[in-house]
Design a protein around this ligand. Structure first.
Ligand SMILES: [Zn+2]
Length: 386
């Protein structure tokens, strides 16, 4: 299996190279805008046609090297194609950010501890801040980015990780994601882990309040701050997800199957989610967490599946009785009206996800390594919460 991660590498060009890079980026984006205007009016997304119409003009007008002219056409074309595939209206795309695409081994390469990058003035060598170990893998088309007076290379690195087959799985962990508990995990040994959501809840409420205040002010400086706060929050959230997914993948052994609820259908039914909770319920942090868990798991010889979350918090994991009244949402208690089994409601969901993982494995024809885990074991105590 292949996994591609983007390494964000801070590059350290000398003063002379810096000004060359700035000039290169400026020229590149100007050329992109030139192509964009053309493509916008002709609406012809045929690469060969575009090449025929613009290639020589690009080289003449912007003094671009042959490869860079081709990259410009490809960059603009990709943007318009994504507009098309996302069914967005046909609009003129502007290239404002100083960045350019660099094809591996053609526009940039890595030799020893230095990157060699193609510029308007030929190839320039520069050192970088990140250890080269994170760059071990197959490198793809990178983006040269200039931000806050610093230069970065965003390099996609493809890693080869071993395929995990169902036979390798010896432990199943159901992960219920929520607001009170970011993650409630139930494993094949009948152990439950709670990861409190208190910190995230407080922090996000704080960011939300800050944003509301600034939105009310409505001045241009407050709009700027608003944007900065949004970026700070996203960074913080990503970092948090990074830590949580790391903790989980490191806590459980190799050969673990993580079972998550598939929340992708949730957006379609937002009317069921109270407005107050929508902000925390249906948003990208869940998706971000999933992505991070998936790739970290793959590196550790673990696997992640997503299952339909319907009724996971209403069904008794012991006797299988499904009833809405089983769950007391306010007191966070699940009490089965059939067999009387009682536990914390988030834990019940995790137990059901665990069972669904077992079912998945049995359906894929493999259960030998899971003799002990096939039934969720009845836990002796309800864990203390917070
Ligand atoms: Zn029951």
């Amino acid at each position: 299996m292949k996994i591609t991660l983007t390494a964000k590498v801070k590059i350290l060009p000398d003063e002379e190279t810096k000004s060359i890079l700035i000039r290169t980026l400026h020229t590149y984006t100007s050329a992109c805008n030139y192509v964009s205007v053309h493509l916008f009016s002709t609406q012809n997304m045929n690469k060969r046609a575009l090449h025929g119409e613009l290639y020589y003009e690009l080289r003449r007008r912007y003094a671009l090297k042959s490869q860079m002219a081709e990259s410009v056409i490809r960059t603009v074309l990709a943007k318009y194609k994504s507009l098309d595939s996302l069914h967005k209206p046909w609009t003129l795309i502007r290239f404002n950010k100083p960045q350019c695409d660099l094809v591996w081994n053609r526009d940039y390469s890595l030799k020893g501890d230095k990157f060699s990058v193609g510029t308007l003035d030929g190839r320039k060598r520069m050192s970088f801040a990140k250890p080269s170990s994170s760059l071990s893998g197959k490198l793809g088309t990178a983006k040269l980015v200039y931000k806050h007076n610093k230069f970065y290379l965003h390099v996609p690195v493809t890693h080869e990780v071993p395929n995990i087959s169902e036979e390798d799985i010896a432990n199943v962990v159901g992960i219920d994601r929520g607001i009170r508990f970011l993650a409630t995990c139930y494993d094949s040994n009948g152990k439950t882990l709670f990861h409190s959501g208190a910190e995230v809840k407080t922090k996000r409420a704080h960011f939300l309040e800050l944003r509301r205040e600034l939105a009310r002010t409505g001045t241009s400086s407050s709009r700027k701050r608003l944007k900065a706060i949004g970026q700070r929050e996203n960074r913080w959230m990503r970092d948090f997800n990074h830590c949580l997914s790391k903790t989980l993948t490191e806590h459980y052994p190799e050969g673990t199957l993580f079972v998550l609820e598939d929340l992708s259908g949730i957006c379609a039914t937002t009317e069921n989610v109270k407005t107050r909770n929508r902000y925390v319920n249906v948003s990208w942090p869940y998706y971000d967490f999933e992505q991070k868990l998936m790739y970290k798991a793959a590196f550790r010889g673990q696997k992640v599946i997503k299952v339909n979350p319907a009724y996971t918090s209403q069904t008794c994991p012991i006797c299988g009785k499904r009833e809405k009244a089983n769950r007391d949402k306010v007191r966070h208690i699940f009490r089965c009206n059939g067999c009387g089994y009682t536990s914390n409601d988030d834990r019940i969901a995790a137990m059901n996800l665990h069972s669904m993982g077992i079912k998945y494995l049995m359906q894929s024809g493999e259960s030998k390594s899971l003799a002990g885990g096939a039934k969720p074991t009845v836990p002796d105590v309800t864990p203390t919460i917070q």
